[in-house]
Ligand binder design. Structure first.
Ligand SMILES: Nc1ncnc2c1ncn2[C@@H]1O[C@H](COP(=O)(O)OP(=O)(O)O)[C@@H](O)[C@H]1O
Ligand SMILES: O=C(O)C(=O)C[C@H](O)[C@H](O)COP(=O)(O)O
Length: 307
């Protein structure tokens, strides 16, 4: 094997510095904070690396202390950062956790928001087995929307699977604006992850079957229903959906379960797991970590988004 083998999974998006009260106290009054890194796609890459897969995160950071901190944090977690760019004119985005109250973004005009389709030049896309993106990136800026569009077009002509996590972020764009764009991008992906709650907020679909009726195109569609179950719909002769109940756990933290689920599912897919195994691996990963990429794995516990 070469010294630096190319990644099996390339995850592209924005990674921010994450500042969180150390003791789960309100942002307004907490005295102690930890600084970590967080971004949906990099979270997926970090989980995949922890699961033994070769995973890269590709994105752009500011030429600043927080950017170097984010890159080091990801490298420490085994993520390949060879395709990370540095922007000396714009900062690394920042994201604060306000326990019990959700998240606060300081990312407008960030280095990542200035990515354009030329960011794709030189990425190891053809050798990857999976390229993972999310519906966060098209909400960052017009040029990021163009970038995702170009990536989706590019992967259509490559052997890689395009994995798309819908990840609607209402703090970045309203459902009425996001709905059409996220549906269109999802319809062009090979593999789509979507939460039933976000599908309802975007498209008014109340059941996994209604989501599939709206999105018949992806070869694999995974509809997650939080604490209840996840359902996989797939193309082909063996096309009956597969539903696997979620694990029963105590919820302790707010953000990151969806990314962990995606990574568990993708790792199983890369290992040749069948539908039940893939969904079970998603659930298992989602409940063995505590938020974002910090300090995993942990004991059985899970996260629930408050966004
Ligand atoms: N309350 C819960 N109990 C058990 N598992 C959960 C719970 N909430 C989330 N999960 C797990 O995390 C996965 C992702 O949940 P989701 O609500 O889509 O997360 P997010 O909102 O962070 O994207 C679920 O499919 C499930 O495996
Ligand atoms: O919101 C963003 O822009 C981020 O990327 C920050 C978070 O780390 C992920 O969003 C976590 O995502 P979930 O796993 O869906 O809870």
């Amino acid at each position: 094997m070469p010294d630096n083998p190319l990644p099996e999974v390339v995850a592209l998006g924005e990674t921010m510095a994450l500042v969180a009260p150390a003791l789960a106290e309100p942002l307004e009054t907490a005295d102690e904070f930890r600084v970590d890194s967080a971004g949906a796609e990099a979270n997926v890459a970090a989980h995949l690396a922890a699961l033994g897969r070769r995973a890269a995160w590709a994105g752009r950071l500011g030429d600043d202390a927080l950017g170097r901190r984010v890159a080091r944090h990801l490298r420490d977690r085994g993520v390949d950062t060879r395709w990370v760019e540095t922007d000396d004119e714009a900062p690394t985005g920042v994201y604060f956790k306000d326990p019990g109250r959700g998240v606060r973004y300081y990312r407008a005009g960030s280095a990542a928001s200035r990515m354009t389709p030329s960011f794709l030049d030189g990425l190891p896309l053809d050798s990857a087995r999976v390229v993972h993106v999310s519906g966060i990136t098209p909400a960052l800026s017009a040029s990021c929307d163009d970038l995702v569009d170009a990536l989706v077009g590019r992967i259509a002509d490559s052997p890689a699977l395009l994995s798309f996590d819908v990840n609607h972020r209402s703090a970045l764009w309203q459902a009425g604006v996001a709905a059409g764009r996220l549906r269109e991008l999802a319809s062009r992906a090979d593999l789509v992850f979507v939460g039933l709650d976000e599908a309802e907020a975007l498209w008014g679909t109340e059941t996994p079957e209604a989501v599939r009726a709206l999105l018949p195109e992806p070869a694999l569609l995974i509809v997650k229903d939080g604490a209840i179950a996840a359902t996989e719909f797939r193309d082909g002769a063996d096309s009956a959906p597969t539903r696997v109940p979620a694990r029963s756990v105590e919820v302790v933290e707010a953000v990151g379960a969806g990314d962990a689920f995606a990574a568990g599912y993708l790792a199983s897919l890369l290992n040749g797991g069948d539908a039940s195994e893939r969904l079970a691996a998603g659930h298992a990963r989602a409940v063995t970590v505590l938020g974002d990429t910090a300090d995993f794995p942990r004991a059985e516990t899970t996260t629930r988004s408050t966004r």
